[in-house]
Design a protein around this ligand. Structure first.
Ligand SMILES: Nc1ncnc2c1ncn2[C@@H]1O[C@H](COP(=O)(O)OP(=O)(O)OP(=O)(O)O)[C@@H](O)[C@H]1O
Ligand SMILES: [Mg+2]
Length: 274
């Protein structure tokens, strides 16, 4: 049987940074990504978890061609990263929205960059929001919105560009618990309606399992892929799934791998009297 070609193909992505020589280590290079390889099907929701500073955001910068990799290959729907349209929502959303533009003005940015004529932009935004059953306070400025609303605006702005892939870097990590729960269901709703292939970096293992079709666990730096776990949880999904045996099983496995990776830092904290 012919093997299905993966939509997202990541093979051997490696990266180091040149840094000032460290007198203890003697070398001037920081290895960040070590041979990262995994695949995703079109329309899949993939979460990435890994220890602090292991190289997750660096990996997104490689994927979106903001920085060069040392070696490796990435294909998205058969396109190279230079050819593919990437929707990237940065880790710090407060810095990614334009504060001098209204919500409508922010949503129009990708259309402007895509060369959509001025008079068609508003119609496109309206159609897009209607399709997703979403509304925004068009004339409000980002500072007038709650954190959750700002983050959703950033996500919508990335989606209106109709990206081949959506990259979300810890999008909910600075929101309160209640808003985060709401945003989990909202992002799944938006994802289901657009069908966009999504990569989502998370620090929160519960979140990573709840949202994912597939969880990719990164090791400590230099990051390798330790394991890829298919959650096999049903869709559409709501919080009830988090009470199922299947959810516990996957969450425990991810937790176990994560703990193994951060054991050294636990040990360090114990030895240094934390
Ligand atoms: N331009 C750079 N030059 C040198 N080192 C860098 C550069 N960018 C990132 N690093 C280092 O690379 C490592 C990985 O950083 P990165 O931001 O990718 O980690 P992360 O997994 O996203 O971390 P976090 O969990 O805190 O978001 C860190 O040690 C960081 O200090
Ligand atoms: Mg990061």
């Amino acid at each position: 049987m012919a093997q299905e070609r993966p939509y997202l193909y990541v093979r051997g992505v490696s990266k180091h940074y040149d840094t000032a020589p460290d007198p203890r280590l003697g070398s001037g290079g920081l290895r960040v990504l070590d041979n990262i390889s995994f695949t995703a099907k079109q329309g899949e929701f993939v979460t990435i978890v890994g220890p602090n500073g292991c190289g997750k955001s660096t990996f997104f910068r490689m994927l979106s061609d903001l920085e060069d990799m040392d070696y490796g290959k990435i294909l998205i729907g058969g396109k190279t990263i230079e050819e593919a349209k990437i929707g990237y929502v940065f880790q710090n959303y407060r810095e990614s929205l334009y504060p001098w533009r209204t919500c409508l003005g922010n949503l129009m940015v990708p259309l402007e960059l895509d060369g959509v004529p001025r008079r068609e932009r508003k119609k496109k935004v309206d159609e897009f929001l209607w399709r997703l059953d979403m509304s925004v306070r068009e004339d409000a400025y980002p500072y007038e919105l709650s954190g959750g609303q700002q983050q959703m605006l950033g996500i919508l702005r990335a989606l209106i560009y109709e990206p081949d892939i959506l990259l979300l870097d810890e999008p909910f990590s600075s929101l309160d618990f209640q808003t985060t729960l709401y945003m989990h269901d909202k992002i799944m709703e938006v994802w289901e309606k657009t069908g966009v292939t999504t990569l989502f970096i998370s620090h929160n293992i519960h979140e990573a399992v709840y949202l994912a079709d597939k969880v990719v666990v990164f090791s400590k730096r230099p990051a390798r892929v330790v394991e890829v776990i298919e959650t096999k949880l049903p869709r559409p999904r709501d919080y009830k799934v988090t009470e199922s045996d299947q959810f516990f099983e996957v969450r425990n496995r991810v937790m176990e791998l994560f703990r193994d990776e951060i054991m050294d830092s636990f040990l360090f904290m114990e030895l240094s009297g934390f």
